[in-house]
Write a protein that binds this ligand. Sequence first.
Ligand SMILES: [Zn+2]
Ligand SMILES: [Zn+2]
Length: 229
Amino acid sequence: MLEVFKKYDIEEVLPFAVDPLLPNELVKNKIRRSSEEFQNSVYRNYDGNKVKMASWRYQVFKKSLKCVNCGIEGEYFQLERHIGDKSFHFNLYAELDGKPVLMTKDHIVPVSKGGKDEINNFQTMCSTCNGEKRNSKDYSRSFTDQKPRIATKGNIETLWGGRKDSFRCYMCGYRFQVGDYWRWVYTNNVEGASGNPIVCNCCDGEDVVERWKKLVNEVGEKYWWFVRR
Ligand SMILES: [Zn+2]
Ligand SMILES: [Zn+2]
């Protein structure tokens, strides 16, 4: 069970995040956890609740509020705790069709494949896409593999970007049928692009990332897949 205290704006939280390594540094420098100095530099008071501000998640969300896969964007923080927990922590949420979607810190290279707990190996991903990534057979390849594929019934039944009936070409809106060619184009870290478009045979080509960037800028909507369809 989750106890929700209150919603907070992004600006009320992220600017106050501190270096996740700070607590250890302080302890190394013989500053006791119970000391005022330690408490004041690691925690922040939110309406009477002491919240630890040293966390990798906040640093990852500082880099980007958007899911690297579907482009959905975190809009607010919620101060919450599980029943039985002593203290509250912030979770970031996006909204899709009026429903909250939890945003997570994803390991680009999974820990199981030797990925490290460091900022360059973290990216923002919504819980829907993170679930898909976990469930995929080859965890490490799932989000970077751009080879052509043939649409399966499973592809069609998957919730892409958390939406039903959304397995379509992101360029032209074509709804894939079993047996169709499709390809996933990985655009992460390409300036001006967000999300990884799925393209059909006709829309695929050398310049797909460029066209995608243009399209996203033109549509100018967070939920571009919705606008295009
Ligand atoms: Zn997502
Ligand atoms: Zn197309």
